[in-house]
Ligand binder design. Sequence first.
Ligand code: PFF
Length: 452
Amino acid sequence: MSGQNPVTSTKTWANRWTFLLAAAGSAIGLGNIWKFPYIAGQYGGGAFVMLYLICIAVMGIPLLMAETAIGRHTRHSPLNAIRQLTNELGASKLWSMIGWMGMLAGFLILSFYSVIAGWSLSYAWQIVSGGFTGMTTDQVGDAFGGLVSSADRQIFWHSAFMILTFAITARGIHKGLEKGLQVMMPALFALLLIMLGYSMLETGQFMRGFEFMFSVDFSKVTGEAVTAALGQAFFTLSLGMCALMAYGAYMPANNSIPRTALNVAALDTLMAIVSGLIVFPIVFAYGLEPSAGPGLLFVSLTAAFVHMPMGEIFGFLFFVLVAIAALSSAISLVEPALAWLLERTPLSRTVATIILCAAIWFVGLGTVFAFSGDFTFTLFGKNFFDLLDYFTSNILLPLGGLLISIFAGWVIKRSTMMNELGLSVGMFNLWRAMIRVVVPVCVLVVVITTIF
Ligand code: PFF
């Protein structure tokens, strides 16, 4: 294994579970719990879920393996990983675009991600302090409107979340990430199971929610739905922006990349499906609209917590855990840019983290003001938040994924990837055919239809 990563003096994760935990921590976040249900709701349920599952299987898993393998092979920050490989292979310097685009995507995504995670913190606080007690479902909906129309409240919670991100990131991979994740991820899963129990037993609408998610109406399989499904698949698996490449740099040499990739994809998909199965029965039980948009999770679950015994406690725990899941993803959104700053500048980890987080916080104000109505700028009918979300998930990440797949399939030596992946020849050839042909062609078709 060549090279040493100067990010920390101890280069690899403590044991073989930690990479899985960290990669799952990156993958599982607001994308699963907040975004998946609301996008599935907007694109008609089953049709979207089917497209999303196809994208995960056909493009997500091969790319997940490619990104991790590149990171582990070079043991550098993504940008320098690509640079090292292009130097070694005498390939064009233009490939380093992958690293730049990844840093930009992470930066822009975190700017709005933090605002939504801030909503979650705000909900945790409001629920436990009795702010929703006795409310009707309409009042719960109005309360959401109250939060998003208040710039001050959103700035407060957005700032709180960015400070948490800073605090964990600044401590480095061992002290910051590993310890926290070992407790947070299982706790989140346990709470989701409790909520799933509620949706199954108490709403009386479980079957309706289930059908909404799994019965496919083929008239809803539109170009727009395909673009959204691809974007969501990349977003939810943290693909296309080198986040897992950055984490792969810390992965022990004896971990199996294919097995880990399958586990991460399976856990991530399970979390999204469970979130949908929690949200939709509640949505139907309380007469809400599946296509309500970004407020869907907040309004529907809060309506349920208001009616549930010990709803204050469950509600508080739920929204805290959602914020924590967001935190473990946020760390990986900063990582590519941070790792690069540390390799390239004399800044200390703390100072580099402060500078990055402050800049991201500042851009996040654009999203806050777009929701609160103070920033009325729109383009193609989309406000600042919609534009960022669309540009990152539907353009930057797929484009990044396209370049990574071509780079991994056509530029990097076959033997290098074969060593890293450790697959049998037959399975390796299958992976290589997917990454060389299937992934680029599919992504290209979707990206071109999206842009034009
Ligand atoms: N995968 C995260 C989620 O589903 O919430 C979001 C994310 C994290 C996207 C890291 C991209 C990334 F690199």
